[in-house]
Design a protein around this ligand. Sequence first.
Ligand SMILES: Nc1nc2c(ncn2[C@@H]2O[C@H](COP(=O)(O)OP(=O)(O)OP(=O)(O)O)[C@@H](O)[C@H]2O)c(=O)[nH]1
Ligand SMILES: [Mg+2]
Length: 296
Amino acid sequence: MNASFVIMGLPASGKTTFLAALWHLIESEETDCRLTLDGYRGDLAYLNKISEAWRTFQKVPRTSHVGDMNVTINLRNRETGVRGMAYFPDLAGEVFDRQIVERRCRPEFLREVSEDDGILFFVSADVKEDNLSVVELNARLPDGDAIELGSGEADLGAEGNSSNPTHGREWEPKLLPAQVKIVQLLSDLLRPPFESRCRRLAVLISAWDLARDMELTPRQWLARHMPLVDQFLRANETSFRHEVYGVSAQGVDLEDTPAVDEAAKLMPSRRIQIAGPESDGNDLTVPLVWLMSAGQ
Ligand SMILES: Nc1nc2c(ncn2[C@@H]2O[C@H](COP(=O)(O)OP(=O)(O)OP(=O)(O)O)[C@@H](O)[C@H]2O)c(=O)[nH]1
Ligand SMILES: [Mg+2]
């Protein structure tokens, strides 16, 4: 069951925190997981550094600051005894932002996608204002009547722009809503140079602790907050066999001191929460098992 996973996700979508929590979970064996650790290859110092940060309620470093990391973790299925190797490339989210804007990708990504046994696609539940309609956005523009007519050249800033707040920020591709970017990244995989085939896709809604009070299933959350992504996936079932999980790898919002104090009383692995289509628990290996079960 050698498996290569492709990890995708915009900046700050929870990729590294997931890897940090996963490494702690399978290395410490504090709780039972479907997959157990059977060895590793790659930068152990990096894995230990991020999982140490995770254990001590520190933010894991942004991948753009430390550089992309590739790790290979050997795993064994506790129930079947089948051994396998899982390859996790931990890339900075900026790599995916660049793909959207520049319409180019790295050759390694092309190769990884052609060999992939499943994609882990991270989407943060901490999206603010991503699903505002044009009407709602327009309502936020300053009132046109408030323009100071006749203020003339005296009002021009250093770059020749008026300092009047009604001169909004110029649009640029990075201002696209997250769900538009996500659909672009997924639809890229349907066209050359990517090989067109049916892929398994686990959508991991990270920071699930922030969404839990909404009492939605992860799939309902996606439909409510990222309807474009939901519709895209439903319309492309033959290209993406997908499952949606809510993942709270960190367990709490690190800015929420009382919640952090409360979480610190727990065994670290118990902080992890994952809501899946079948059950909830703390076993982060469940989406990996699902991805690896292709063809069964
Ligand atoms: N509340 C909450 N926040 C989380 C959780 N997991 C990650 N975060 C926060 O989400 C932010 C991004 O997490 P990262 O794991 O660094 O995300 P990333 O996708 O690796 O980001 P890049 O390396 O920049 O691409 C950080 O501020 C985390 O603290 C979680 O389970 N709950
Ligand atoms: Mg990262």
